[in-house]
Design a protein around this ligand. Structure first.
Ligand SMILES: [Zn+2]
Length: 300
């Protein structure tokens, strides 16, 4: 079996390199234009850099079973470097930075109000795992596992922006957090590198925050997550995202790992990954009120 999930056939790449990733059956060998693709992870995940020449580039993948009897083939074309293509990045709204949390943690764990926001959904797939599973599904299964673990830990006010596969706009997510009067919002995502990156360069989990007061909290979540999941530390990152700029609720965005990195994909796609993430979240949530109550201002 061979599945190349990225790039899509006929893709026009603005840079002079891109990468391909996907999976083969465990133990199978893979070549791209007759060159061996290595390494391949134990479950068969691969990511490979592709230098691009101007115009049409043909990518011919051949996967072969260990006994040489079975083969899979896939041929793609990539147009590169596509100079006519100029990505226009939307300008981000500027939100004043807050030094102090606008909404305090309550002393009792059962009073803590939390939003879990599974990124993407419906027509918005997010990135794609090397097996072809869309990020929207990975995010949701983690969010549901965290909800379950938080409830077991005694939280009674856990709200999910979506519990099924459906479209939810960013604005609707923001309104949802606001209306839930949450003390904390966690957005759940899985990461991918841009087209021209080297897929082996970035690995692991990162936690994104916007307001300075949320930075220590982001650090705390990152530390417990890398312990509970075994993911490498990809850092605490100041990012201006809709779900980190929330005006009245500390908002963190978790990038749990790169679907484009075979080692991350091994961990992300493991059956117990959602429970490992959930265990990390719960231990932080239980420890955090003690650390953060002192500096928070309570708003009823
Ligand atoms: Zn995402």
């Amino acid at each position: 079996m061979l599945k190349v999930v990225y790039p899509l056939d006929g893709y026009g790449c603005p840079a002079n390199q891109t990468f391909a990733y996907g999976c083969v059956s465990p133990g199978w060998a893979l070549t791209l234009n007759r060159q061996a693709v290595k390494p391949i992870s134990p479950q068969g995940f691969f990511s490979v850099v592709i230098p691009l020449t101007d115009g049409l580039n043909t990518l011919h993948f051949v996967a072969t079973s260990p006994n040489g009897l079975e083969q899979g083939e896939q041929t793609l074309t990539v147009i590169g470097p596509n100079k006519a293509f100029k990505p226009t990045l939307p300008s981000k709204p500027t939100t004043p930075l807050l030094e102090q949390s606008p909404r305090a943690w309550h002393r009792r764990i059962e009073d803590l109000r939390m939003v879990l926001d599974a990124g993407h959904g419906g027509s918005e797939l997010g990135t794609i795992a090397p097996t072809g599973v869309p990020e929207k599904d990975l995010n949701l299964r983690v969010a549901l596992a965290i909800e379950e673990a938080l409830k077991q830990a005694g939280l009674t006010h856990v709200f999910l922006t979506r519990r099924e596969d459906r479209d939810v706009s960013l604005q609707a997510r923001e309104v949802f957090v606001e209306e839930s009067k949450a003390h904390l919002s966690l957005s759940i995502h899985h990461n991918a590198l841009p087209d021209d990156a080297t897929p082996w360069k970035h690995e692991g989990t990162s936690v994104h925050y916007y307001h300075p007061y949320a930075q220590p909290l982001a650090q705390l979540f990152l530390e417990t997550l890398i312990t509970s999941t075994g993911q490498p530390n990809d850092g605490v990152i100041h990012s201006s995202f809709a779900m980190t700029r929330l005006p009245h609720t500390p908002g963190l965005l978790l990038e749990l790992g790169y679907t484009t990195h075979p080692n991350d994909a091994e961990r992300i796609l493991a059956p117990d990954f959602p429970q490992r993430v959930a265990a990390g979240i719960v231990s932080t949530v239980i420890a955090a009120p003690i650390e953060f109550l002192g500096q928070a201002v309570e708003i009823k």
